[in-house]
Design a protein around this ligand. Structure first.
Ligand code: AVJ
Length: 364
């Protein structure tokens, strides 16, 4: 499958095992209410179904984000600067990445991180063939787990984390902030975060996007149960569950559920799980943000807003953030503000402009 004249790709394989899947899956079904982590969607079949979702006419997210990137690519790549290492979370097919790689000035390396090994390898091979001699350093991992990023052969000027697709919306806002704070710890001051975030909008548009007429989203959701049948020998009867996606306006989120159509028992790994009729498994939250609210969230998590791009219909946003000089813990923000005031007071009166400037760069 290797395409010339690419070099050999070394996979950094931290993929979760089938035992991880089994224990987390069962733990999720023992919770009240039942819930499963949405990362489980992305086995090989699920990743392919997701690619199909991205092509649906109702699913405006991918199309709109791609257009925003396309229409602003010069400016985006200018902000990223030359000689950066591009780290992508949930890289999938890496199609949006190609836009960046086509326009970035002498990027040092591309580090795609994805939980689906076959998908990741296929994309990495293809990029390797098309962008040689760019170094490709794929990491197969659940990026919620601790991981060490591979080090490129050439030293980059900065790191840019690319997190498209509004996948950040899968976290509840508190967890999203914690995750962004964690990403900041991967970075040095001045490093970048290019992130796609879906915007709040009318319920009709949202409802259609998650309840497509061809039933691809339903198949994607039900694939969780199919996967459990195949990988851990569960006994789900797929016809006895239905896909449901609703917009919870108060929380600004789409909720996806699998709804049991009858009272039933399912056996998996020797354990029996009971379902009442109409009982649901929560399988995904997809939060939608207001432009300002997302900037505030990232800003409290160690990232300084640099630029936001939005499409003409205000469906979707892409933000570029720069890592602050320190990662503020909420409690530390006020303390730092106090310290800053004290220091400015000390400096005031001294004519040393350069001290004040250094101060500013230390406490942005
Ligand atoms: C890839 C997580 C952004 O929430 O819109 C698509 C996944 N779920 N249709 C989203 C998804 C149902 C998607 N994200």
């Amino acid at each position: 499958m290797k395409t010339e004249p690419g070099s050999e790709i070394v996979l950094n394989d931290l993929a979760p095992t089938s035992a991880n899947f089994q224990s987390e899956f069962i733990a999720g079904l023992k919770r009240h209410p039942k819930s499963l982590p949405c990362k489980f969607f992305y086995d090989e079949r699920g990743s392919t179904l997701f690619d199909d979702i991205c092509e649906l006419k109702e699913y405006y997210l991918t199309r709109t984000e791609t257009k925003i990137l396309h229409d602003n690519i010069e400016e985006i790549c200018a902000i990223c600067g030359s000689d950066c290492v591009l780290v992508e979370l949930g890289s999938g097919k890496s199609s949006k990445t190609r836009l960046l790689l086509d326009h970035l000035e002498t990027p040092v390396a591309y580090v795609p991180i994805d939980i689906s090994r076959p998908h990741l390898l296929r994309a990495a091979e293809a990029i390797n063939g098309d962008y040689f001699p760019l170094q490709i350093l794929p990491v197969c991992a659940d990026y919620n787990q601790p991981l060490t990023l591979p080090v490129p052969a050439r030293i980059p000027k900065r790191k840019v984390i690319f997190f498209p697709g509004s996948t950040i919306g899968n976290f509840e806002p508190r967890q999203a902030a914690a995750f962004l704070r964690r990403l900041a710890t991967w970075c040095q001051p001045g490093d970048g975060l290019l992130i796609g975030v879906d915007l709040q909008k009318s319920r009709n548009i949202l409802h259609a996007a998650y309840n497509d007429t061809r039933g691809v989203t339903a198949a994607f959701n039900l694939n969780l149960l199919r996967r459990a049948n195949r990988e851990i020998g569960a006994s789900f009867i797929l016809e006895q569950f239905r896909h449901r996606a609703i917009y919870d306006e108060a929380n600004g989120r789409i909720e996806m559920h699998l709804v049991s159509q009858c009272q039933q028992r399912v056996v998996l790994a020797g354990e029996e799980i009971r379902f009442d009729e109409e009982e649901t498994i929560t399988t995904e939250y997809s939060y939608k943000y207001r432009e300002e609210a997302f900037r505030a969230l990232a800003s409290a998590a160690g990232w300084r807003a640099q630029r936001t791009w939005i499409d003409e219909h205000r469906l979707f946003s892409v933000h570029y953030f720069r890592r602050r000089n320190f990662v503020a813990h909420p409690l530390e923000i006020s303390r730092n503000l106090l310290q800053r005031r004290e220091k400015t007071r000390k400096i005031r009166g001294s004519s040393s402009q350069c001290i004040r400037q250094r101060e500013r760069s230390l406490f942005p």
